[in-house]
Design a binder for this molecule. Structure first.
Ligand code: ADQ
Length: 462
């Protein structure tokens, strides 16, 4: 039986930590356990010397990880991945800082990784590559003559041509992506944007439903909305709150609003703070009765745009609390830290409203986790941005435009006053989708499609 080889920028540290690992990491691990194989990625270390790969074996899975040189980290990870692709693919061209040498460094790291992976791969292994750091990875493998089946899943949105056209190496990136046998996107808008972009730069021949030929390569392009693990989330959420928190929850009378995000400008945090302020201004009956918890651990702290947004939020939180707080009541709690997953799911269950309003998001797993963590007999209400991939599936959430602070404030008021029967009916609608399209469905459909897509002899030597 062929093995599975997963390549992602980072390897999840999994040893003995299944309870606290995120659903995506568990989903990938389960795929690896089924087929046996390898997870290949960066170990988070920087070294000027090229160190041998670090290898760990756990049952039938090998973890193989590499370090990066400082210049590789800067060009491949910090600059091209996170200061060009990430902002552009989230429609923030104003934050893109493109330099040709960063793009060259990005391609060189992809090539070097393919060279380091090649000796570990057998001819019939199946490769599953993840995310925007590795758009050219299949092309690098093909250059080395690797003829394996290679699939790619993009976790973030794929932008329309008005945005994508602004990237100088847009043609090269698209041509390299066509070296994959199967490309998976989160939403149909992403799939359509990819095909539209491709047809603007080259001739695209329709071969079959979802299958195209471009640059003389055949590629299948489909949508696989990523899901969560609802049973395990419910199990974690049902457990008792740690004593200190239970005590705090008892003390905090009234309703709680929760948001949890990586601290990232794509998540719409300043706009959300302003919508909360509008709620307090326009619906004064909620003052003194509600509290909004924003949990947002720092991420990519060495990119300037991330430092800027952190600063902005600290100021905004102080300003809003300064304006509305009383001696007995503080409306907004901004917590800049990471929480254990099992605690986070319990917190979700104890909050009456989940507020998830990214300006743009591939999927947004927090939205699905919040719903899956609710008490079916007394569920909270999800408010969700129309611009998150999850809005295609969770149509029974209160869908909002995150740029419209009055609209979001109105949705908050509606959520805080929604009768139980409506909350239950919306919760049940959303749970039926979350259960059907769970993480197991996501990984199994992607991998069974990858094993089944017709492969053409024109990619390396098959
Ligand atoms: P992210 O942008 O990281 O993922 P998201 O989908 O919400 O966004 O996933 C975040 C994960 O981190 C969730 O599982 C959440 O519970 C966890 N998390 C967030 N803050 C946390 C905290 N303070 N403490 C502990 N855990 C925390 C990218 C894309 C998304 C896409 C996913 C998966 O940007 O659009 O949904 O990949 O494909």
């Amino acid at each position: 039986m062929s093995r599975l080889v997963v390549v992602s920028n980072r390897i999840a540290a999994m040893e003995g930590k299944k309870e606290s690992a995120g659903g995506l990491a568990v989903g990938i691990m389960d795929s690896l356990k089924d087929a046996g194989g390898m997870w290949f990625g960066w170990n988070g270390k920087i070294s000027e010397e090229e160190l041998p790969l670090e290898k760990n074996q756990q049952d039938n899975i090998t973890f193989a990880s590499f370090s990066l040189k400082q210049s590789e980290y800067d060009q491949y990870y910090l600059h091209f991945s996170n200061t060009v692709i990430w902002p552009a693919f989230h429609y923030r061209l104003d934050l893109v800082q493109y330099q040709r040498e960063d793009y060259d460094g990005y391609c060189q790291v992809n090539e070097r990784l393919a060279e380091r992976l090649q000796p570990l791969v057998e001819n019939d292994d199946i490769l599953w590559i993840h995310d925007y750091h590795l758009l050219p990875f299949a092309a690098a493998c093909r250059k080395l003559g690797m003829a394996n089946r290679i699939g790619f899943f993009l976790h973030i949105p794929f932008p329309t041509s008005e945005i994508f056209n602004a990237l100088p190496p847009r043609k090269e990136l698209l041509e390299m992506m066509c070296e994959y046998d199967l490309i998976g996107f989160q939403a149909d808008t992403d799939r359509l944007a990819f095909i539209e972009n491709l047809s603007l730069v080259t001739e695209v021949e329709d071969l079959d439903e979802d299958r195209f030929s471009a640059y003389g390569k055949d590629v299948t392009v489909r949508v696989y909305p990523i899901g969560v693990e609802p049973d395990s989330i419910r199990h974690l959420a049902e457990g008792a709150l740690p004593q200190k928190l239970a005590h705090l929850r008892d003390k905090l009378s009234g309703q709680l609003i929760i948001s949890v995000d990586r601290l990232d400008y794509s998540k719409g945090l300043p706009e959300r703070f302003q919508a909360f302020e509008t709620l307090l201004e326009n619906y004064p009956q909620h003052r003194g009765n509600i509290r909004y918890f924003q949990i947002a651990p720092t991420s990519r702290g060495d990119v300037q745009a991330y430092q800027d947004i952190r600063h902005e939020l600290e100021m905004e939180a102080g300003r809003i609390n300064g304006h509305f707080s009383t001696l007995e009541w503080t409306p907004l709690f901004y917590l800049n830290q990471h929480y254990e997953r099992s605690l986070l799911m319990k917190i979700f269950r104890h909050c009456e409203v989940g507020l998830v309003t990214p300006l743009r998001d591939g999927m947004n797993l927090v939205a699905k986790e919040y719903v899956a963590a609710q008490d079916p007999a007394n569920p909270g209400v999800l408010i969700l941005s129309r611009f998150a991939g999850a809005a295609n599936e969770l149509t029974s959430a209160l869908l909002v435009n995150p740029y419209d602070r009055d609209g979001v404030a109105g949705a908050l008021d509606k959520a805080l006053t929604m009768p139980l029967d409506e909350r239950i009916s919306r919760y049940q609608d959303m749970m039926s989708v979350i259960t059907k399209n769970d993480i197991v469905h996501w990984r199994q459909t992607f991998l069974s499609d990858l094993k089944a897509v017709p492969i053409a002899p024109n990619k390396a030597k098959r």
